[in-house]
Ligand binder design. Structure first.
Ligand SMILES: [Zn+2]
Length: 413
């Protein structure tokens, strides 16, 4: 289902209006007018104010709840390591117990515009638009727009924890190593998106340091796991920002081949990770718009993996429709691995459909275009769930995703 651009601008216009609701002067500028006015206002907002700060985000969520109490519940489901509230917004018909679907953004504090995109989803779902109604008739939508508010304030990738150790360079996303994923300096913080093993005893940090870390030391991750257990969503999409990369149509996915760790005799015959594409391959295409990946951990239930692939195909089909004469849009296959602590694998191991969506940074479009991608992706996935079309998608079509070629910007994941 193609989403009309007006849907997004309507949602962003609503957010802009809410943001400035305290200012009489601003309010006079937001009186309902034509579509053009809303677009201009939303665009001016996004261009003049980099991102929503934590307080603005909180205010917008509660205003949405107060305006739509029959649909919206704001849930402070935990606190960050520094004590900032963690918010989820639940949108659904409260008299119906519809299955839930979930979106999470900004586990990495310095990956912007994904929170704004999910907020726009919540806004759109309360708009009374027929498409929103179709979704809410069969699903409830649960959004965590900013999972790492401390890292956002710094700003940096990690949470903020003076007791965090320094990163173990031996710990890699293709294998857990010691399980210490943190900033390069001690006392900075943990990489929240390496601690998504819902069963902590399965995490490498626990297995290597059971006395030091009898429990998951990353409260942001634990709170999300508890929220998921509470909501019990059918699936979760984890939104990130990545560096820029070249799309590579010539390179073929090698399939689920496994690397062999030849540095450790004991595990010489054990698969330790997925072979990523050659990072030095320049690619043959253009600068990509983003990348996606489904869970690769070998213990993921095949049905969960299938559902996750169906989500990837559904969201990519939606996003490449943003292609225009001026801008070529492509979502490639993210070169990620099998590490169980990453949300994509960790949530799938806990029994939820789970997909990583990475929007490339610094390329090909303004902030509205970037925030629009999580908006379009989330709504497409939710709608496909609600109308059942998701379950008829050919999961093997993930093979249509081209590889990512080499990086042409700051690497992140
Ligand atoms: Zn990230």
């Amino acid at each position: 289902m193609e989403l009309d651009k007006r849907d997004f601008l309507k949602a962003m216009g609503g957010i802009a209006a809410l943001t400035t609701a305290g200012s009489a002067a601003a309010r006079s500028d937001t009186q309902p007018g034509g579509e053009f006015e809303l677009e201009e206002f939303a665009r001016a907002y996004l261009e003049n104010d980099d991102v929503l700060d934590n307080r603005e985000l909180e205010t917008l969520l509660y205003q949405l709840e107060s305006e739509h109490p029959e649909l919206v519940t704001v849930d402070q489901f935990g606190r960050s390591n520094q004590g900032r509230p963690l918010y989820a917004v639940h949108v659904g018909k409260k008299k119906q117990k519809n299955p839930g679907v979930m979106g999470i953004a900004q586990q990495h504090g310095d990956e912007y515009f994904m929170a704004e995109g999910l907020l726009a989803v919540a806004q759109f779902l309360t708009s009374g638009d027929p498409r929103a109604e179709r979704i809410l008739e069969n699903r409830s939508v649960h959004l965590v727009p900013r999972a790492n508010p401390d890292g956002f304030v710094v700003p940096h990738r990690y949470n903020v924890d003076p007791e965090a150790p320094e990163d173990d360079p031996e710990s890699g996303i293709f294998q857990g190593g010691s399980g210490i994923f943190a900033a390069s300096e001690p006392g900075v913080g943990w990489d929240v998106n390496r601690y998504n093993r819902h069963d902590w005893t399965q995490h490498e940090l626990y297995q290597n340091f059971p006395d030091e870390y009898p429990e998951n030391p990353v409260p942001e991750a634990v709170a999300v796991h508890e929220l998921m257990a509470d909501v019990d969503p059918e699936w979760v999409i984890d939104f990130h920002r990545m560096g820029s990369f070249m799309v590579d149509y010539e390179s073929e996915w090698p399939g689920p081949e496994w690397a062999r760790d030849d540095t450790d005799d004991d595990s010489a015959d054990e698969p330790v990770g997925f072979v990523p594409p050659d990072p030095n391959d320049p690619g043959d295409g253009f600068i990509g718009t983003g990348a996606m990946l489904w869970p690769l951990h070998e213990d993921v239930d095949p049905e969960i993996r299938e559902l996750s692939k169906q989500l990837v195909v559904t969201m990519r089909d939606e996003l490449i429709d943003l292609d225009t004469e001026l801008r070529r849009v492509e979502y490639a296959r993210y070169p990620g691995g099998t590490y169980g602590g990453i949300a994509r694998n960790g949530h799938a191991l806990a029994g939820y459909g789970s997909v990583l969506v990475e929007v490339a940074g610094g390329t090909l479009g303004d902030r509205i275009f970037r925030a629009r991608q999580p908006f379009d992706a989330m709504l497409a996935a939710a709608e496909a769930s609600a109308d059942g079309s998701l379950y008829t998608v050919d999961a093997d079509r993930v093979d249509e995703l081209p590889e990512t070629g080499n990086s042409v910007g700051i690497e992140d994941d």
